[in-house]
Design a binder for this molecule. Sequence first.
Ligand SMILES: C[S@@+](CC[C@H](N)C(=O)[O-])C[C@H]1O[C@@H](n2cnc3c(N)ncnc32)[C@H](O)[C@@H]1O
Length: 320
Amino acid sequence: MQTTPIDVIDYDANGYDYREYWSGRDYELWAEQRVLRRLVPKLGRPAWFADFGGAFGRNAGHYLPRAAHAVIMDYSATNLRNAGERHAAEVATGRLHLVRADLYRIPFRDFAFDAGMVVRVLHHLSDVNRGLTEMSRTVGSRWLLDVPIKHHVLGLARGLRSGQLREVRSPDPVAMGVEEQFWNFRLGAVRERLGDLGWRTSLGASVNNFRQWEKVAPRANRLARPFVHGMEVVAQTWGKGWWGPSQFVVARRHDPAQPAYDRPGGHTADLPPELAGLARRVVCPVCMTRLNWTLDTATCIRCDHTYHRHGAFWDFVPPL
Ligand SMILES: C[S@@+](CC[C@H](N)C(=O)[O-])C[C@H]1O[C@@H](n2cnc3c(N)ncnc32)[C@H](O)[C@@H]1O
């Protein structure tokens, strides 16, 4: 399979540490944790779970207790190293695998996962349809998506003020940001795409409905916190589909798929059990062919690329 590479945001540039992004963002953190507590249980009890763009595993506490195995997939080596420290015990036992990968070229077989989630990532995908198609390919049953929309209440107000209401309401993604570009979408367009890919979607929650509050009035925010949290609780339900900038969508496959990847033996017969389950699911991201594994390398039997393990994570980003 040959596809044109698309630029991927580099979270490793200039010594950036994504963990620091969260300092002083108590309200957003609280709002997201609340919604994940409510919605992750809707994904059932998956045998294999994917956290697409899962970074340092900020959200792993929600799915690790429910999933037999999980994979954090991310392009950033720094984030994965930090995930390795944060979740060292789960990585050591093979309950959690850390995989460096590009979401446009995922090194996993079709329906390798029963369930997955993608939180705070879609705004980085300049070709969101391609990203959604590739992630969808690997998820067999249920999926939770955080969709950054452009037509939320503030977005509409801004569009009205600047005379750009038509762009805000159109189905096309819009590029935002000055120093760094990011993308916002029309929720209906993303749900339609998911429908084409075989998913039935429902609105889960409207999240970060008062995100600007923390920026505008950090001191007042402390005093008003109980009030703002109360408003967020109401808006998470009442604002589904229109109020806030992050709309969480729960997706279920019309025809759930559950391939029998866990039959023992074959090319993984000599691997320890904590690695064998991963090896049965991973393929070469360049040609989608199976790999020959050692404890530290995986080599494609077709195109000969060798992928390496670096400490806690496996690197499946193909060479340029
Ligand atoms: C804002 S962080 C969100 C991390 C995590 N999901 C969370 O909620 O804290 C975005 C993450 O997506 C990753 N990412 C963005 N585009 C990607 C791509 N094409 N392939 C793999 N990872 C990507 C980044 O490396 C980064 O770790």
